[in-house]
Ligand binder design. Sequence first.
Ligand code: ATP
Length: 267
Amino acid sequence: MKQIISMKSVSLLRGNREILQDINWEVREKEQWVILGLNGSGKTSILNIVTGYQYPTKGEVSVLGQKFGQTNLPELRKQIGFVSSSLDGFYQTLRSETAEDIVISGKFASIGLYENVTYEDREQAEQLMTFLRIDHLKGKTYDTLSQGERRKVLIGRALMAKPELLILDEPSIGLDLLAREDILSLMKEIIIHQRCHVLYVTHYIEEIIEEMTHVLLLKEGQIVAAGRKEAVLTDELLSETFQLPIKVHWENNRPWVSIHKNISSTK
Ligand SMILES: Nc1ncnc2c1ncn2[C@@H]1O[C@H](COP(=O)(O)OP(=O)(O)OP(=O)(O)O)[C@@H](O)[C@H]1O
C-alpha cells in the first residue's frame, strides 16, 4: 500500500528548543487524518515539514512516496493542496480577483491569471464551482465575499491541481455554525468524490466527521497518540493532550467533548 506521509524519528530544533521531538508517523492510502493539539503544540510545524517549507533537524520524511532530500519539492508541492488560515496575508493579494479566476489560478499556483488558460481549464473550474456549490459567486471579487465563501473558493483553488493530498489548516476559524457545517459537508464530499487524502488541523473535536478515520494528538512537540480515531479519542488521551479533565461522547458518528471539573478544583 502506498505511503502518503512517512516521518521517521523527526525532530525540529529552533534555537536550543526542540519544537518537534522524535516524531514517528505514517499516513497510508485511504486514511483521512486530523491533527489536534493545544496552541504551540507543533501542528503548523508538522504541516510545514509535510509541505517542504521547513526541513527537519533530524529524521527522514517522505510525502506521496517521495523521499525529501532526493525529490524536486516544487514538483511535489503541485500534488499537495494547501488551505491555511496562516496564509491570510497572502490571500489578501487576491482582493480584486474574481472567484472563478482564483479557482483557475490553482492550476498554475499563481496569483492572478498570466498563463494561457484553456477551454478545458475553464470547464474544470466550472465543474469544481458546481461541486462546491459556489456557482453563484462567479463574477464576484474576493473582497466582496463572506469568510465562508472565501474558504470555499480557496478550497476550489486547491482542488484545481487535482492534488493527492489536501491540507486544510483550521478552515472553520471565524465561521458561524452554519458556514462551518457547510465546510464540513463539503469536506465529506471531497473525500468521497475527489479521491484525495485530507489532512485536517482543527481546535474543535466535534469537527471530526464520520469520513475522517485517524487522529494524531500532539503535546509540546511530541506525539501523545496516533491511530484510528476510536482508539485515540478517549477521555484519558484527550485530557492528557489538552491538560483538562475531558469527557468524550459520540453523537451522529461525531465526537463531542465536555469539561468535567472535579469538586476540589471548583471550590
Ligand atoms: N521559527 C521559529 N523559531 C522559534 N520558535 C518557533 C518557530 N516556529 C515555531 N516556533 C515555536 O514552536 C512551537 C510550535 O509552534 P507551531 O506553530 O507549530 O504550533 P501550533 O500547534 O501550530 O500552534 P497554533 O495552534 O497556535 O497554530 C511554538 O511554541 C512556537 O512558538
